[in-house]
Design a protein around this ligand. Structure first.
Ligand SMILES: C[S@@+](CC[C@H](N)C(=O)[O-])C[C@H]1O[C@@H](n2cnc3c(N)ncnc32)[C@H](O)[C@@H]1O
Length: 220
């Protein structure tokens, strides 16, 4: 999903084995990408940002499960809301801001204040030319397919009750404007429904993700 730098067209159509040797990637969250694709270690460096507590938990669980953290994977503790510079932290962990990077941020912007995401976008837009960001955002309920509205409301309530409230929703136009104002050279909206059509059409079990979470794809 997040591997190839360059234009968004390249990003969406390139296979993982096309990753150039110079690429770095920064991916928030606990996605076990590095554990699923160990063969990429010779060509990629992956920096994963997450909140300090979650970072420590993932490191411990990986070790307990027999997946030692390889040198090409850097787990970087940052709380985006704590006023810390995530970029300084990345650089301290070995990230080279002079080389183009792919930044994947899935399932995170909805937990951050809009001002925090705007500041983060400005910093990513300042990365080396040719860098690409793929970031998901939640649509306001009125833009979600009728059939999926109840599910969105249920998960919003569930997140609030478990202490991790969803605080930010964006229309595609608002997100594109934010990315342009942050300084990206090219911005594109990729609806979640388009990805569902591409990757889930014709499945025998009928599985299909709900609508409501779309992508911003932006290049520097
Ligand atoms: C729904 S998970 C998404 C995980 C992964 N990116 C994925 O797509 O599966 C949300 C992630 O955002 C992280 N997160 C939420 N608020 C954050 C903050 N203020 N700073 C850093 N990470 C945060 C959570 O710790 C969690 O790992």
């Amino acid at each position: 999903m997040w591997l190839a730098p360059g234009s968004s067209k390249t990003w969406s159509s390139t296979r993982p084995d096309a990753v150039p040797a110079s690429t770095s990637s920064s991916e928030p969250g606990w996605t076990p990408f590095a554990q699923r694709r160990p063969e990429l270690g010779g060509r990629l460096r992956v920096f994963e940002i997450d909140q300090p507590g979650t970072r420590a938990w993932k490191r411990r669980r990986l070790t307990e499960l027999g997946y030692p953290v390889p040198d090409w994977l850097r787990l970087v503790p940052v709380d985006f809301e704590a006023g810390q510079s995530w970029l300084d932290r990345l650089v301290a962990a070995g990230f080279d801001p002079g080389r183009r990077a792919v930044v994947a941020s899935t399932g995170v912007s909805m937990y951050l204040a809009k001002g925090t995401t705007a500041a983060t976008l400005r910093q990513i837009a300042g990365l080396a030319p040719g860098s690409t960001l793929a970031m998901t955002f939640l649509l306001p309920v009125e833009l979600v397919d009728e059939a999926d509205r109840r599910g969105l409301e249920t998960s919003t309530r569930g997140a609030r009750n478990s202490g991790t409230p969803i605080v930010s929703f964006y229309s595609p136009e608002e997100m594109l404007t934010m990315a342009r104002e942050a300084g990206f050279a090219h911005v594109r909206h990729v609806p979640g429904t388009a990805l569902a059509d591409r990757y889930f059409t014709g499945r025998p079990d009928g599985l299909r993700p709900s609508s409501g979470e779309d992508f911003l794809v932006a290049t520097t």
